[in-house]
Design a protein around this ligand. Structure first.
Ligand SMILES: Cc1ncc(COP(=O)(O)O)c(C=O)c1O
Length: 402
């Protein structure tokens, strides 16, 4: 074949490599300080509980048979039941039929794009937005509308015709900021007025280090509509940041008719998520989720604090940044005229510091927003205090030199 390019489907034109995945290829280069990526810290994975769960499973031939068999496409029923209980405790009263297990919440985002978008449909996304969500939606060729950061600028006419609005209301990737309770309610009002769905990405909702929990939009919708069945919210969840990402277990919670449709997509896509991983995960979350969350919170809280301290100390005047109360990210804005992409490449080449330029987090060709090119994202998840200090000092000096 001389020209594979001539055979590729049109959607491949919009599928571009992610800056972050490219940078992850550099992870093994010891001299580089990685301030950009947001991988969970492997030091906090629950190794012993997983080993014990695994030993229990192999010792019981009947459970082992289930673990090595295809799982139902909807997911392993006891895990769906457990997740429904967990969602109910978080204010989203629901049952196993309201839950579809996915291969991480990334697969959930892909399925939601597949469920709701035909080429040319309008999709509203917060700006800046999680790159993985944008890349998943890109494949369905939407026209993007940016949901402005300031809710005073939200306008139902501007969002008219959007199929959905995608938001990560807790410690959003990439900015680390939260939607206030008032704005969550405002978004439900917008959904009411426009008829769009809300896709709520709950990836970081358990990682709060300071301040009061805010109910999820899914929980506020259940209150407003008297139950999940009439809710316009489809909520994605994951165990990647609280247990371990390699198990690839996430979920979508929503009205049961929608979950039934999504199950058809799951079936066609990969039949089912690994039964083995779902069973191990269920065993671990039943007894250890709270402890894992506590460990994650205390490690990341401290790292967040040391990165913010280093920013105070070494960032030159004119640079501003967010002060997250949870999650894994800090978002910074350079003085006007400076470019985040140029800074990212110079930081890597000249100072061996890796950061992610902010422009990558904006949807391509959005109708109503231009990327803020003077921005970059940092993550503190894997960075102990002395490394954060060293990396931020190098970065601050580079910015100062201009
Ligand atoms: C906001 C957000 N949503 C979803 C995901 C996907 O995570 P997973 O597929 O591991 O559940 C990530 C991963 O970093 C994320 O940052």
């Amino acid at each position: 074949m001389d020209d594979w390019g001539a055979l590729y489907a049109r959607r491949m034109q919009s599928m571009i490599p992610s800056d972050i995945r490219e940078k992850m290829k550099l992870l093994d280069q010891a001299q580089i300080i990685h301030l950009g990526g947001g991988l969970p810290d492997p030091d906090i994975f629950p190794y012993d509980p997983l080993a014990e769960a695994s030993a229990r499973l192999w010792a019981d031939r009947s459970r082992a048979r289930t673990a090595l068999q295809y799982a139902p496409s909807e997911g392993y029923f006891p895990l769906r039941t457990w997740i429904a209980g967990y969602m109910t405790r978080r204010g989203v009263a629901c049952e196993a039929d309201n839950i579809l297990i996915t291969n991480g919440s990334q697969q959930g985002l892909d399925f939601l794009g597949k469920l709701l978008l035909s080429p040319g449909d309008k999709a509203a996304v917060e700006v800046p937005s999680f790159i993985g969500a944008l890349r998943a939606f890109d494949a369905y060729e939407p026209k993007y509308l940016g949901l402005p950061e300031d809710s005073a600028d939200w306008d139902m006419h501007a969002l008219a015709g959007a199929k959905f609005c995608y938001v990560g209301p807790d410690f959003r990737n990439p900015t680390g900021t939260c939607l206030s309770r008032k704005d969550r309610i405002g978004l439900l009002d917008l959904a009411d007025d426009t008829g769009m769905a809300i896709l709520e990405d709950g990836c970081y909702e358990q990682l709060r280090y300071e301040g009061e929990d805010i109910p999820s939009i899914a929980a506020l919708a259940v209150q407003r509509y008297g139950g999940i069945e009439r809710s316009p919210v489809l909520h994605t969840g994951t165990f990647s940041k609280t247990i371990a990402p390699s198990l690839r277990v996430g979920w979508i919670a929503g009205p049961r008719d929608v979950i039934r449709r999504l199950t058809l997509i799951k079936q066609a896509s990969d039949l089912a998520t690994s039964a083995l991983n779902q069973m191990l995960l269920l065993d671990v979350v039943q007894d250890h989720l709270e402890a894992s969350i506590d460990t994650a919170r205390s490690v990341y809280r401290e790292r967040c604090g040391s990165m913010l301290d280093a920013m105070e100390r070494f960032m030159p005047r004119g640079v501003s940044w967010t002060r997250p109360q949870g999650g894994l990210y800090v978002w910074a804005e350079l003085p006007d005229g400076m470019d985040g992409r140029a800074l990212a490449s110079r930081a890597l080449l000249e100072r061996s510091v890796s950061i992610i330029s902010g422009a990558a987090f904006y949807p391509a060709g959005a109708i109503n927003v231009a990327p803020k090119t003077n921005t970059f994202r940092l993550s503190f998840s894997m960075i102990p205090a002395p490394t954060a200090r060293e990396g931020i000092e190098r970065l601050g000096n580079l910015i100062l030199e201009g």
